[in-house]
Design a protein around this ligand. Sequence first.
Ligand code: GLN
Length: 189
Amino acid sequence: MKIGILALQGAFREHAAAFDALGVETVFVRLPHHLSGIDAIVLPGGESTTQDKLLDSSGLRAPLTAALDDGVACLATCAGLILLAAEVLDGRPDQRPLDRLDLRVRRNGYGRQVASFEAPLAVEGLDAPFTGVFIRAPRIEHVGESVEVLAEHAGDAVLVRAERIWGAVFHPELSADLRLHQLFVNHCP
Ligand code: GLN
């Protein structure tokens, strides 16, 4: 199995390190041809407004959307989840989410950088709590019917899944805990 990691901006190296530690092959995706032969793609955290623009300048927007529609699995974290959402509040007016997870999200919905925090999360499929690292995290304000909630924090969905597309508002790649990456790999077709 080979996992592509969108490497336009943000915390892509940390995801690569997590999959390396699990013995899973990764490739950085910066151009459309980097998508060929991948089974899954990671959309990392970072800055969704910047990533949104870079999707266009790299020529990746259409081929990435096509790959998702062709059955490539996806793990989207924080800004990556914003890219996949159906609706983004407090985004830039020209931000165009890919609409592949039926969610309404509010950018920076937990506050600014100073309001970043960690919290233990009970995750469906894991025996013991997983420490969620929330950094200027988006807040999920609405979850569509096609989306399953795998973890909540204070009543809000924070880890979700719609078949092979996973989204986390927190940063599993910053936890020194590989269990979420492993869970994702286990569920990849
Ligand atoms: N607030 C950022 C955004 O809107 C996301 C933060 C993150 O990925 N840690 O893109």
